[in-house]
Design a protein around this ligand. Structure first.
Ligand SMILES: [Zn+2]
Ligand SMILES: [Zn+2]
Length: 636
């Protein structure tokens, strides 16, 4: 008998050679039904793995993250089999699951895959799912595997990196594609309840532009059809809210390829939204004791040498010839702020000094990674650098955390989570200074009563940091804020303050953003609200709709009255019928429609239709204006 230890620390005795599935069954039929794979002494194995030694055993059930990843990876094998059946000449490369959900498989193929191909793949995959074919595991010597894959240079490259003398291969049924893989997988294709092929794209082997072009097929798998249906619904909703569609549709902005991929044009209405955010930002920062500054978009080469950007960031920077000199467009705002700090000497009494800027930066990104306003080449950060005494760190971090909480709440988010990234293997600065500042970050988080996850070793090489991810209305997480301690830049720019003993010391410096990139924040806001921005953020808060052109004069009067008080209002003078104008305003998500007819004009009143469809008749203009004012103030 073998003793195995379960996660609840209980001990189970089994016959040597019992497989994981039978162990699960002996614990409970429910567990056996939900079991997908297992972890034995830290190694992931299939359910039909035979246990040959005393071990710790954890069974992955359908609900677990591991099981979902194994399911998706198994679905990738299924797609390889399908594609290989249809196109025997295709060379499969790799097919992992994706952390954010789903899987992909890369194929070396002489043709790209179109929509019709993808739906055919999906159809064939579903046929194999119905057959409930097993995932068979085969173990071979490395040189035997090399014979099998001699015509597939991608698998051969993978084999070259394998140190073990025995490798494992998996095959779906008796004649599926024999794929090189460590496993584990679901026991049989029937476990894949539902599969959806999402899209295809072209990529390079190992992400290397100089290597072969591969066709990547993306898909996602679920344990049951219900989950697939709710995924499709969520996806449809996300598509409906896509800022790349809403931006031009609401006449806010666009990022068209023709004039420069990754560069956004903000139209008048988009600029109103931008200004509201910027004005909010400015007021809040002045109140919180920040000094607002402006720095130029270009600096000479030597500035970027001093900052270190040319050593580790050059490939993301745009060089510019200025006369005989080489200058660079700024990818970050830090050097400008360092120079502003250094314009004079500072005493310890002046610290903390908080410099803030709506700073536009430019970074070269591969065109394939660009994505609307979410990933652009030119964007504006709500950047700030805080210079402080070492013992002010905790208090300053706490101040930023409070600001983050206030901002996200005001912009209408319900939930955000904190991460603390600690010292990576390669780093500068002493252990002592890392420990001290990491401790200060932790203390600030604790003081603010924040739960946080630690990302061990994921800090930047120059200091620990806090990241904050926001959850949107569709449950998607977006990393927005970063609070980054920096031991590097103060050295490079010789940042100092004079202590009370007359000697010079290095202050602690943090970089921090709250929106991250303002452009991206606007995209996230739009998707979060599905275009229905709250009243205080709406570029057009009300539209006056005269029922006939006989009411145009009164409509103009109403517009003027409302505008006088700072409300953002437009009039629809188009010759269309009222119903059409209302529908149009509804499509543009304008919070209030002010309907003007004979009756309203005669009584010197207005009728109001909210975008939720609520109608109020015979309202005094001034009452409406004060109501809107009150509502706008409520947000802040
Ligand atoms: Zn596999
Ligand atoms: Zn910075």
């Amino acid at each position: 008998m073998l003793k195995i230890r379960l996660p609840d620390r209980s001990i189970l005795k089994i016959q040597r050679g019992t497989n994981v599935y039978d162990v699960a069954k002996s614990i409970g039929l429910g567990l056996a039904r939900d079991a997908v794979a297992a972890n034995i002494n830290g190694k992931k194995v299939d359910l039909h793995y035979k246990i040959g030694e005393e071990c710790k055993l954890k069974i992955f059930t359908k609900q677990s993250k591991e099981a979902i990843s194994i399911l998706n990876h198994s679905a990738a094998h299924l797609i390889a089999t399908v594609v290989k059946n249809l196109y025997p000449d295709v060379k499969p490369a790799i097919g992992p699951s994706i952390d954010s959900g789903g899987f992909y498989y890369d194929f070396y193929s002489n043709k790209p895959y179109f929509k019709e191909d993808l739906s055919l793949f999906e159809e064939k995959a579903n046929e194999i799912i119905k057959l409930d074919l097993p995932f068979n595991r085969l173990e071979l010597y490395l040189d035997q595997a090399e014979v099998i894959y001699s015509k597939n240079r991608f698998k051969m490259e993978i084999l070259q990196d394998i140190k073990e003398s025995i490798v494992s291969l998996y095959q779906i049924g008796e004649d599926g594609y024999l794929d090189l893989c460590k496993g584990p997988h679901v026991p049989s294709t029937g476990k894949i309840g539902a599969i959806k092929i999402l899209t295809s794209s072209s990529v390079h082997w190992k992400g290397d532009q100089g290597r072969e072009k591969l066709q990547r097929i993306y898909g996602i798998a679920f344990f049951n059809n219900k989950d697939l249906i709710s995924f499709l619904k969520r996806r449809e909703e996300a598509e409906r809210r896509d800022h790349r569609i809403l931006g031009p549709q609401l006449d806010l902005f666009d990022t068209a390829k023709a004039y420069g991929p990754g560069m956004a044009l903000f139209y008048p209405k988009g600029t109103i939204l931008w200004e509201i955010i910027e004005e909010f930002w400015r007021k809040e920062h002045r109140n919180a004791g920040y000094d607002i500054v402006r720095t130029p978009h270009l600096f000479r080469e030597n500035v970027w040498e001093q900052s270190g950007h040319l050593d580790y960031y050059k490939e993301n920077m745009y060089p510019v010839d200025v006369g005989k000199e080489k200058w660079y467009v700024k990818p970050m705002n830090c050097p400008g702020h360092m120079m502003i700090y250094n314009r004079k000497s500072h005493s310890y009494r002046e610290l903390p000094i908080r410099l803030a800027e709506f700073g536009t930066v430019y970074r070269y990104e591969l065109s394939g990674t660009l994505n609307g306003l979410l990933r652009v080449r030119g964007f504006t950060q709500d950047d700030s650098h805080i210079f402080m005494l070492p013992d002010q760190l905790e208090e300053e971090i706490l101040g930023v955390i409070k600001m983050v909480d206030r901002f996200y709440k005001i912009f209408g988010f319900q939930e955000w989570i904190y991460h603390l990234s600690t010292r990576p293997d390669k780093s500068i600065g002493t252990k002592e200074i890392w420990d001290q500042s990491t401790y200060a970050l932790k203390k600030a988080l604790n003081k603010a009563k924040k739960n946080y996850k630690i990302k061990e070793g994921e800090g930047a090489f120059y200091g620990p940091k806090i990241d904050i991810d926001v959850k949107d209305a569709l449950g998607r997480m977006w990393q927005l804020a970063t609070i980054q301690v920096d031991f590097n830049l103060p050295e490079r720019f010789d940042i100092t303050y004079m202590g009370d003993d007359g000697n010079y010391y290095r202050p602690v410096v943090i970089h921090r953003v709250i929106f991250g990139a303002v452009d991206r924040f606007i995209a996230i806001l739009l998707e979060h609200y599905g275009g229905k921005l709250p009243l205080w953020l709406s570029p057009v808060q009300a539209i006056v709709i005269p029922i006939t052109d006989r009411n145009n004069e009164y409509a103009k009067f109403v517009e003027k009255e409302i505008r006088k008080d700072g409300m953002r209002v437009e009039v629809d003078f188009s010759p269309e019928r009222m119903e059409y104008k209302i529908r149009e305003a509804q499509m543009n998500h304008i919070p209030y429609m002010i309907i003007i007819g004979q009756k309203e004009e005669k009584n010197n009143k207005i009728s109001i239709r909210s975008r939720q469809g609520k109608i109020r008749k015979g309202v005094m203009i001034q009452d409406f204006v004060s109501e809107v004012h009150r509502k706008v103030l409520e947000y802040q």
